[in-house]
Every structure is written in structure tokens, then in C-alpha cells.
Design a protein around this ligand. Structure first.
Ligand code: PAF
Length: 284
């Protein structure tokens, strides 16, 4: 497995690839959710590249950035074991080597949900993903559905800017008890880990209500909010029942709907979501 720490090194590795290239961008501290993306990339492409880069511009506070868990050596060993061909692992200095003037702003879909609570977050994400795609030049890039809004934003950026890459969305990987896998879970105490189950319980309740014929966005939001409020360690940022593309809140549900949550458990902010009805079985 080759490891590139500069843009020039990564470009040289890329030039030597002859077939399709699958790309898995990550913030590191890898878990089974990332490995499911790597496996799909390996199955669908001749070459697989992963990146590990804790992108400072997408964090809302220096504290959150500093506390983001890191394990570069462990991550590299895992990626080697998974049969990845190359890893792009630049420093912040390499990615933002001078004061860049250009950023990617994907408009109003970045201001809702996560964007409302994390101003500037999606400018950081879209800009770094555009830069990574430009460097790696993949045929396909793989993203998890747990970051549902990120996926919507990246798909839109790729479409708007005619980027020649296929975006592949992969199912959220969950622990046996329903907790969505996330690098942030490592920061939960045992009691908080238990409390964090309230997110998947709330999404399961939404799926049950949808299955029972409920089509009022407001009633589903209220029920989920009430359930989460019953958990002492939880503090809700938002409970949303929204259109899957515009991310606008829905009063009345007709087609597919994205039910998403952001909840603080102690000092750790967690997100989770389900698209109904297509992903109903994942939680029922
Ligand atoms: O989802 C992530 O891990 C990050 O937001 C990404 C896509 C690697 C960009 O930094």
C-alpha cells in the first residue's frame, strides 16, 4: 500500500492506475462503517484509494477539532489489511498551503439542519471534498448515509459543477443494539453510550408511526422530541422530518422523507437519520 503525504505524490500514484478508481475519503479513526465503504470500493473498481485528513475547516470550534479522535498508525494498518492500494494523508499545511481564496458554497441546502447549528460546516466539507476529488480523480467516491445532509450536498456539488465522478451512498452501519457507528462514539462514557441509544429508538418510533399510517411531519417531530427529552443525558439540537433533496421541513408526508436528528449526549454531539419508507427495514 502506498502512502502519499503530498498532492504531487498522490497525483503520481493516480497516474499509474489504469482502471477504475474507487475513493473513500475519511477523517480517520476508522470503524466498520468506513470498512463497508472500502469493501464496496474494492468490489466495484480496479484500484482503491482512501484519504485520512482531519479537515480543520469543517469543525466549528478549535476544541472540537482538537478533541477529534486520531489513530493514524492503527488506521493505516487496517487499510493495509483491507487491501487498499493507496492512502492520501496530507497535512493541513499541504491542503491549505497558502491562504486560498476559493471555496465551494452549495447554497441554501447547506443552511438547514446541520448548517443551522454548524455555520460554515458545509463550506468546509464541500471545499475539501472538491479538493480531494481533484487530487485523486476517482471514478467513484463512497459516502455513508449516516451523514445524510453531507451526501445531499456533495451530490448537488458534483452535479452543479459537472464533476466527472459517481457518488455511491452506502447504508449506515449500526452496532447490534442500534447505535450508528461513528468515530465520536469513542468519547462516550458507558452511561452515555447507553443514553445514546435514544437516537436509534427515536428513528425506530418514526418508522413505526409511518408504518401505522402517520403522515403528519409535525406529529412525528413532536413524538420524537418527547421521547428524546425523556432521556436525562440528551439535549436535542434538532428533530427534522424533511424533503430528501431540498431538506425543507414537511407538514404532510407524501413520497420519501428524511427523518434526521442531532442530539448532544453529555459533551458529544451525535447525528442519525432514516429515509422512510425505503430504509424502514434497517430499524424495524
Ligand atoms: O464524512 C467525513 O468523514 C468528512 O466530512 C469528509 C467527507 C471526509 C470530508 O472531510
Amino acid at each position: 500500500m502506498e502512502v502519499a503525504s503530498t498532492v504531487a505524490e498522490m497525483r503520481a500514484i493516480r497516474r499509474a492506475f489504469t482502471g477504475d478508481v474507487g475513493f473513500v475519503p475519511t477523517l480517520g479513526y476508522l470503524h466498520d462503517g468506513h470498512f463497508s465503504l472500502v469493501r464496496a470500493a474494492k468490489e466495484q473498481n480496479e484500484h482503491t484509494v482512501a484519504s485520512i485528513f482531519v479537515n480543520p475547516t469543517q469543525f466549528n470550534s478549535p476544541d472540537d477539532f482538537e478533541r477529534y479522535p486520531r489513530d493514524d498508525e492503527g488506521d493505516l494498518a487496517q487499510l493495509r489489511g483491507q487491501g487498499v492500494d493507496a492512502v492520501f494523508m496530507p497535512s493541513a499545511g499541504e491542503m491549505y498551503s497558502y491562504d486560498p481564496l476559493t471555496s465551494v458554497d452549495v447554497g441554501e441546502i447547506t443552511e438547514r439542519l446541520e448548517g443551522e447549528h454548524r455555520p460554515g460546516h458545509f463550506r468546509g466539507v464541500a471545499t475539501v471534498v472538491a479538493k480531494l476529488l481533484n487530487v485523486v480523480q476517482p471514478t467513484r467516491a463512497y459516502f455513508g448515509r449516516k451523514d445524510a445532509q453531507q451526501l445531499v450536498v456533495i451530490r448537488r456539488m458534483v452535479r452543479d459543477l459537472h464533476m466527472g465522478v459517481e457518488i455511491v451512498a452506502m447504508t449506515t452501519i449500526r452496532e447490534a443494539d442500534g447505535l450508528a457507528m461513528s468515530s465520536r462514539n469513542a468519547r462516550l462514557s458507558a452511561a452515555e453510550r447507553e443514553a445514546a441509544l435514544v437516537l436509534s429508538k427515536a428513528l425506530r418510533l418514526a418508522a413505526q408511526r409511518w408504518q401505522g399510517g402517520e403522515r403528519s411531519g409535525a406529529r412525528i417531530r413532536d413524538e420524537l422530541q418527547a421521547l428524546i427529552s425523556g432521556e436525562q443525558r440528551a439535549r436535542v439540537d434538532y428533530v427534522s422530518v424533511a424533503d430528501t433533496e431540498t431538506l425543507e421541513e414537511l407538514d404532510s408526508i407524501e413520497g420519501e422523507v428524511l427523518v434526521s436528528l442531532a442530539v448532544h449526549i453529555g459533551e458529544v454531539r451525535l447525528i442519525d437519520n432514516i429515509t422512510l419508507p425505503s430504509q424502514m427495514k434497517e430499524l424495524l
